[in-house]
Design a protein around this ligand. Structure first.
Ligand code: HEC
Length: 153
């Protein structure tokens, strides 16, 4: 687990190594796809937590594990400089402050990752435990979005 955590934390640092020869629109597409995947499994879990669909331990565990798989993707290439919403208006909601404050962004990423580890431990333990963990995780999504993602395109 320690090794996984370190992978996630360094994920957003070495951006320059990925920058050469990459089309900026492709970076944005990949970045949005990454978050779309996270949002998809979060939707499954939130629906269960709210009671909109019946709790199912296997489904909950699978969704939580999927999110962990995504979180362990090396996201360095998704943060190529020159891909903010100031550079590509209408295509992305990533705010320029991400590149001005990478340590702050990473701190939000760390909070997210820790909540995701907890979610993976709780997911199979019944709806109340899942609900608590989903709420906590959702708070870390929101905390990053409110600083680093624009409301609209
Ligand atoms: C460390 C920061 C950070 C964390 C944590 C984070 N996000 Fe995001 N998210 C972003 C940024 C930045 C964007 C904007 C990407 C873009 O438009 O290029 C985004 C975009 C999204 C999108 C929109 C994708 C699209 O179609 O444009 C969804 C959905 C999303 N995030 C879901 C989540 C969920 C669910 C979580 C928590 C489980 C989460 N995010 C955690 C930073 C974060």
């Amino acid at each position: 687990m320690r090794k996984l955590l370190i992978t996630a934390l360094v994920a957003m640092t070495a951006t320059s190594a990925f920058a050469e020869g990459v089309k900026k629109e492709d970076v944005v597409d990949a970045r949005r796809a990454y978050y779309t995947l996270l949002g998809y499994d979060m939707g499954t879990l939130a629906a269960m937590a709210k009671g909109n669909v019946d709790y199912n331990a296997d489904t909950a565990k699978a969704a939580a594990a999927n999110m962990m798989t995504v979180a362990n993707y090396n996201a360095a290439g998704l943060y190529v400089p020159g891909t903010s919403n100031a550079d590509l208006p209408g295509k992305t909601r990533a705010l320029p402050v991400i590149w001005e404050d990478m340590p702050g962004m990473q701190a939000k990423g760390k909070d997210f990752y820790q909540a995701l580890v907890a979610l993976n431990e709780a997911a199979g333990g019944g709806r109340p435990a899942l609900g608590k963990a989903v709420m906590k995780l959702g708070g870390t999504c929101k905390a990053c979005h409110s600083h680093y993602r624009a409301k609209d395109f």
